[in-house]
Design a binder for this molecule. Sequence first.
Ligand code: SF4
Length: 192
Amino acid sequence: MFEICAGAILTQNTAWRNVERALTALSGDKLLASEKIAAAGYGRLYRALRPAGYYRQKARRLKDFCRYTLKAHPEGLRGWFSGNAEALREELLSLKGIGPETADSILLYAAGKPKFVIDAYTRRIFVRLGFPDRREYGVWQRRFESSLPPDVRLYNEYHALLVALGKDYCKKTAPLCGKCPLKRMCAAARIN
Ligand code: SF4
């Protein structure tokens, strides 16, 4: 559970493979726990987090999250996450450096709450499919959550499929529309 939270914080502005390298380094240095990170010196954290990029900022954010968790929720993550989803989301969003995507990743993947995660892949694919390009995270999220049942497994699988589609076909530049499984329903495929 802690590893999922750490991954959600570290994944900002970097590819997941870099986060995995940082998590492996944290694990190798026996730092994959709130108490360990809260007590560790920054030099040690920088070394482990360097592969994830922005490592100084991410070390601070991770340490702040761990310190907050230990102080505000001595019952542990499991106890903290067993509460109401909206209250938990508000609390996560009140922490410095935790935005909606990070908060919702923690809610869905660590706490098992039905919150649909909106990321760059989701926006890119759906804008190309022909949906209006809106900036606000909440507008995107409401669109999904009002069309789908609040099912954690479904949200999990749906998001994983969008990530796979974004990586394998709907790339940032030069999307592979000819091979894409969504080409028949995609507005952009008619242009590309
Ligand atoms: S058809 Fe092309 S633009 Fe549309 S979703 Fe697939 S890869 Fe992306």
